[in-house]
Design a binder for this molecule. Structure first.
Ligand SMILES: [Zn+2]
Length: 376
């Protein structure tokens, strides 16, 4: 720890915040130390340009914490159908503490994805669909849109939209829905807007040389073509013929030959692996932003930790999707060590909402207050 050199100034408004390995940060001085039970002696530093002080802890995933977790173990347990309270019992801590670590891990994962996506060699067409679940109560159903590689089953993007409850209801349930809608009314164009983001994200696998054309498969829901038209970039690519929207009936048999197989497969995996999405569970999500943090961490587990085929191809879904295995190994080595910074990460719109917790939870007033270090 004593050999630690701060990589940059922690103040995102300071000119010294943008240093990297090729241009090391030197404009700082030692500023004493303090001792902690968990981390021992922690050295402090002060930026000579802006005067901001920071410590070794500022650059760790566990900054501000008094207890260290094994994030790999947490991710695996979460992705093996453990509920938040079961995790709390296992680690002998409160559920809030578990969700705090899941949020931290989700932000690390978003930064990791962003870093790797630049070196991806696109190899496949994509399929997208909405995973149906709910948050707060069954009066607030949602769709979590998933964008998945047709060959690799790699999850490229996910986005959340709260829907209006539909389907058969008793008179009493209809009355309750009307009452709840006075407090929270979902955006009637929510699905369309969410799919616009998915369509935009799908363009990331287009490459002028390696993959100039892309097929995006969905079912025949009318919100999807509207969503593509709602994204200026996706719509322009569609007009040029580089993005081709293909559809198939959602009633077609869900076999390996179905063009939506990959997204149907991921749908099934989520349904059995994430406790809050298991049918008839009592462990449902109470907060949309926390639900998306858990989904982000699960998709990381799916993409990078699970084998593409449990019998046969032992490569991860990420490697099959054209991500560089050496880069993955390098990134995974310190994913739970070095803190990811919002200011230094390039995120998609969906990623930005997950990182900053910008999605609205039904029946909650306003947006959530989040600690300042999250947006630093
Ligand atoms: Zn500074």
């Amino acid at each position: 720890m004593s050999k630690f050199k701060p990589p940059f100034c922690s103040n995102s408004l300071c000119s010294e915040h943008w240093h990297d390995r090729s241009n090391p940060f030197t404009a700082y001085e030692s500023w004493g130390s303090y001792s902690t039970k968990v981390f021992g002696k922690v050295n402090r530093f002060r930026c000579s340009t802006c005067g901001k002080t920071f410590s070794v802890q500022t650059f760790r995933v566990d900054c501000w914490l008094k207890r260290v977790y094994d994030y790999d173990d947490l991710t695996e347990r979460l992705s093996s159908c453990s509920s938040i309270r079961a995790l709390g019992r296992a680690y002998k801590v409160a559920g809030k503490s578990i969700q705090n670590r899941i949020g931290r891990a989700a932000r690390q994962v978003l930064a990791f994805d962003s870093l790797l996506s630049s070196s991806r060699i696109p190899v496949e067409d994509l399929a997208a669909d909405g995973f149906e679940s709910f948050c707060v109560s069954q009066f607030h159903p949602n769709n979590i849109h998933l964008l998945v590689g047709r060959i690799s089953q790699f999850a490229y993007e996910c986005d959340h939209v709260t829907l209006r409850r539909k389907g058969a209801m008793t008179a009493c349930q209809k009355k309750k829905r009307a009452k709840l809608e006075l407090q929270f009314h979902p955006d009637p164009k929510g699905t369309e807007k969410s799919f616009s983001r998915i369509a935009l994200a799908s363009l990331s696998v287009l490459s002028d040389e390696a993959r100039p054309f892309l097929e995006l498969w969905t079912d025949e829901k009318l919100d999807y073509p509207r969503g593509i038209a709602g994204s200026a970039c996706a719509s322009a690519m569609q007009k040029q013929g580089r993005l081709v929207h293909m559809t198939i009936s959602s009633r077609a048999s869900r076999t390996l030959k179905n063009p939506l197989f990959s997204v149907n497969y991921l749908d099934r995996e989520i349904r059995k692996d994430l406790h809050e999405h298991v049918r008839e569970t009592v462990c449902f999500g109470r907060n949309v932003n926390a639900q998306m943090e858990r989904m982000t961490l699960y998709l990381f587990f799916h993409n990078f930790r699970k084998c593409h085929r449990s019998r046969g191809d032992s490569r991860s879904h990420a490697v099959v999707a054209g991500l560089d295995s050496a880069e993955i190994r390098k990134g995974l080595r310190d994913i739970w060590q070095k803190r990811a910074w919002h200011s230094r990460t390039s995120l998609t719109e969906c990623g930005e909402d997950t990182w900053l917790g910008l999605r609205k939870t039904p029946l909650r007033d306003g947006f959530e207050r989040r600690p300042a270090y999250i947006s630093a």
